[in-house]
Write a protein that binds this ligand. Sequence first.
Ligand code: DGL
Length: 278
Amino acid sequence: MRVPRGARWPGLRPAQPIGVFDSGVGGLTVLRALREAMPEERLLYLGDTARVPYGSKSREAVTRFSVEIGRFLEARGVKLLVVACNTASALALTALKAALKVPVVGVVQPAVRAAVRATRTGVIGLIGTEATVASGAYQKAAGRLSSRAKIVAQACPLLVPLVEEGWWTHAVTGRVAAVYLRPFRSSRRDVLILGCTHYPLLRPLLQRLSGPGVQLIDSGEETAREVEALLEADGLRRTGGRGGETFFVTDGPERFRLLAKRFLGRVSSPVRLVRFPS
Ligand code: DGL
């Protein structure tokens, strides 16, 4: 049955902002994709810089942090929450959907959908944090979409600090990435999901190491497409006016601003400090 426009979320209006959250700065790659796809939307971004990284933490901790942040952004009037962090999407999406009244979109499902569509061999490579890979969330999502798709996964924990250091083209990063990608060589994977917020910044390197026959999937870009389609379908897309961003962090606004410049090129909007419980 077709759901009439706006009927699923009757209390929400197009003028409300979109909430985006991540464990830190990495989610800015997703924010950038959202901004490019929907320049007229207002975005509220929260980076949990006091508790980053999430990639080495337990499901219980990541879920607790995520729900706390989701509630914070919901209280600030967002019409939809984007879980930009792959780890939080993999571990806490179900809890977030149960805890919030607004629609919640994670990065796992859109990336897996694009990967399943793109693969010819049925073998999909995945790189992400330890927690993301161990969660099995990508594997489950692929299994739901296709009976023949198989995910081969590799945790790459050292890539996050190397990206934050700005060493995107450094020889050390090249060596580390080559070691991580080596086990994929023997598989027939023809698609590689960049299953962590930081990896799109290493795209040229990862493409070179994977070879021209492997298509890289950027979760951020796929998620932006999904968010746009969802807002459109529910009559919640803001069509006029100028968009913009407001940033919240749980620690070190100055350091966030510095790192954010590396990720976004410029950050003119204010960066506000919040503490939890808020
Ligand atoms: N944002 C995280 C992710 O996408 C990477 C950084 C972290 O471990 O918190 O999984």
